[in-house]
Design a protein around this ligand. Structure first.
Ligand code: ATP
Ligand code: MG
Ligand code: MG
Length: 406
């Protein structure tokens, strides 16, 4: 039984069993969302034991993890207790208690990637400062403390201007755009005011958004997945096309920036590097996620080694797997909540049923207990012999003609 009242252990399975797969290492994952769930799916194939910590009892990972612990991953006591149950600690979300992780590391707990990396990344302003010190190309940015500094930023950057929350950001929920001077105060208010900790970014009118998943093993070996294009709707990733339809030199540039960015951070695991491709062929870094990422879901069906298996291999210290695509093309579509409650479930299920008759389509449903508008509820990946083919199948699934076939 557990000492700490901040954490509860649920559904232990195979306890005491000596049977283990490719590694005896028990991997502890902070967070039990869809990324945690897909880590568990990869782990089950290798018979690797993954345990999860999430405040939600019926979170997406709960039924697939070896043991699920209910507790907050931003609560030091819960994280400390959880760390005793595993041999290596990793994350599926960066909004964890990184200070406690740092202390645990000093006491000999194995955290991958390193707590120092999570600390840099979880504050998006600090992340930008870090990458600018490493001469990684970025959109211009400036810290915002008060009305004066936000007005200075707007004089410098013009409009539209992107305001971002430094912490707790995901799915664009920490972003607000001011299109005009009059909108500054409402944008600041929408993010929770200056006290929330904000910064401003120069608007980047990109032609495409790109992403590179980079894997680093414990021995320092680095492998990159093919560059993909991510298409966002209202700041939320909706479609991923793999490989990205961009010239070879842009691919090379993207991979080299991604490798340099990850090279400036410590620890093993997979990292996602989000990039902007500008009109004049520049590639700028948007942000890095120190974990598996939405832009790598497609790797489950389209690559020899999925990003989830790769992350486990990396943090355990196994050889990294082949990152190349085994299908010429893939397209991933996020199933975002279209409506609250039953109506939303109905629409999502209709889409999944249509996907069943689409060649090359695989359905992933995360089993989230509640449906909310724009919430990531699942995804569908379509693989096929060419970009044109997967787009055709994609349009068939969505009953629409408007995604152009190149
Ligand atoms: P994620 O879910 O990827 O963690 P997030 O909430 O951290 O997202 P960002 O990645 O900073 O948010 O921004 C979300 C999206 O908003 C970007 O993918 C891009 O479409 C748009 N965006 C962000 N920064 C800028 C910018 N400076 N100029 C123009 N568009 C931007
Ligand atoms: Mg982010
Ligand atoms: Mg992002």
């Amino acid at each position: 039984s557990l000492q700490c009242e901040n954490i509860d252990s649920l559904s232990p399975r195979n306890q005491g069993s000596a049977i283990h797969g490719v590694s005896e290492t028990i991997v502890g994952v902070l967070g039990g969302g869809q990324l945690g769930r897909m880590l568990c799916q990869a782990a089950s194939q290798m018979a690797v034991k993954v345990i999860t910590l999430d405040p939600v009892e019926y979170c997406p990972a709960c039924s697939l993890s070896y043991q699920h612990y209910v507790g907050r991953f931003d609560d030091g006591d819960a994280v400390r207790e959880f760390a005793q149950r595993c041999e290596v600690l990793t994350i599926e979300i960066e909004h964890v208690d990184a200070i406690t992780l740092g202390k645990l590391e000093e006491q000999g707990v194995d955290c991958q990637p390193k707590p120092s990396t999570i600390r840099i990344i979880q504050d998006k302003y600090n992340q930008k400062v870090h990458f600018s010190h490493h001469e990684i190309p970025l959109p211009d940015f400036i810290k915002i403390d008060d009305l004066e500094s936000v007005e200075d930023a707007s004089n410098l950057f013009g409009f539209p201007m992107m305001l971002k929350s430094r912490r707790q950001a995901y799915d664009g929920r920490g972003n607000a755009v001011a299109y005009h001077k009059d909108e500054i105060s409402s944008a600041v208010a929408a993010l929770g005011g200056y006290e929330r900790g904000l910064y401003a970014e120069r608007w980047t009118s990109f032609t495409k958004e790109l992403s590179v998943i980079v894997a680093r093993g414990r021995d320092g070996s680095i492998l990159c997945y093919p560059v993909v294009e991510t298409i966002h709707k209202d700041s939320i990733c909706q479609i991923v096309e793999a490989p990205a339809d961009i010239p070879e030199n842009i691919k090379k540039l993207s991979v080299s920036i991604a490798k340099r960015a990850v090279g400036s951070l410590e620890g093993a695991g997979v990292f996602a590097v989000e990039l902007f491709l500008t009109h004049d062929g520049q590639v700028l870094l948007n942000e890095v996620a120190p974990r598996p990422h939405n832009s790598g879901h497609h790797t489950i069906e389209s690559c020899y080694t999925s990003q989830y298996e790769q992350h486990l291999r990396a943090v355990i210290g196994l050889t990294l797997g082949d990152t190349s695509m085994k299908t010429p093309a893939a397209i991933m579509y996020n199933i975002l909540g279209e409506d609250e409650g039953e109506k939303g479930f109905y629409l999502a299920h209709q889409l999944m049923k249509r996907a069943l008759s689409v060649p090359g389509a695989s359905i992933h449903w995360y089993g989230k207990p509640e449906m909310r508008k724009l919430r990531k509820m699942g995804h569908i990946t379509i693989v096929g012999p060419s970009r044109k083919n997967v787009k055709k199948c994609f349009n068939l699934m969505l009953n629409r003609e408007d995604v152009e076939c190149s």
